[in-house]
Write a new protein. Structure first.
Length: 255
């Protein structure tokens, strides 16, 4: 199997394939963040890094069997300004569309955040009217992380949400309240910009989640992001995928 991963980050897609025992002949990764590339290389030294997604030419690649990516979401997210495709970062979605058309893979997967229906429908149309499935990571781990997944892989309904042990999680240090859901707030890239963006997990106002605890909440192997500063670890974990969700999707590929 040849895989092309766009906006690869720290290569969560590769973790999922590896843990499922799916043999990958070549894993091509488009990524420009040097710290994420460093971590991907540390864990998967055979990764073929291609750099800027806009510079990739399909004629330079072998037949691609699986195209994956989580295009930047700043223009779509309810947490952002919702600039839609006018935001140049979210416009990178069209690079995914371009390479989907050019490489004609057997399978594809695109991940993005919850967004207005009008934005969602534009993506659906450009992906050949493949409707997304919404999956919350809390079906697999103690993190509230709802994401949309567009794929031509048959995605089974996720398992029922477990009754996670009630814990205390909160965003800000200035106040606390009991989080009856028992799950952590969504881990975000802004965790890398300062302590107030890192969730807390007890009534101790100094008790913020460690990078290792964030790895567990993204179901990334503990220690996977070691080797760079905690600032960069938090950032890439907030940008990453919940590996168990991706495994749930990939398990139905015929390979």
């Amino acid at each position: 199997m040849n895989v092309l991963s766009l906006f690869d980050g720290m290569s969560c897609g590769q973790i999922a394939l590896d843990q499922l025992g799916i043999k990958v002949d070549n894993y091509y990764a488009a990524e420009i963040d040097k710290y994420a590339i460093e971590i991907a290389k540390k864990n998967y030294p055979n990764t073929i890094h291609l750099g800027d997604v806009t510079k990739i030419k399909s004629e330079d690649l072998p037949q691609i069997d699986l195209l994956i990516g989580g295009s930047p979401c700043q223009g779509f997210s309810f947490a952002g300004k919702q600039l839609n495709f006018n935001d140049p970062r979210s416009a990178l979605f069209f690079e995914f569309v371009r390479l989907l058309k050019e490489t004609k893979p057997k399978y594809f997967l695109l991940e993005n955040v919850r967004m207005k229906r009008e934005f969602q429908d534009v993506i659906t149309e450009h992906l050949g009217w493949v409707e997304p499935m919404g999956i919350n990571s809390d079906r697999f781990v103690e993190q509230n992380r709802y994401r949309l997944y567009w794929s031509n892989i048959k995605i089974e309904s996720p398992p029922e949400r477990p009754s996670w042990n009630k814990k205390y999680y909160q965003w800000r240090r200035s106040y606390f309240r009991e989080n009856k859901s028992g799950v952590c707030p969504t881990l975000v890239a802004a965790m890398g910009t300062g302590g107030n963006n890192v969730p807390l997990h007890s009534m101790d106002v100094k008790d913020k989640l460690s990078p290792e605890e964030c790895e567990r909440l993204q179901t990334v192997p503990v220690g996977y992001t070691e080797g760079v500063s905690n600032t960069q670890r938090y950032k890439m974990l907030g940008n990453g995928w919940t590996v168990e969700v991706i495994k749930h999707i990939f398990k139905n590929m015929e390979v």
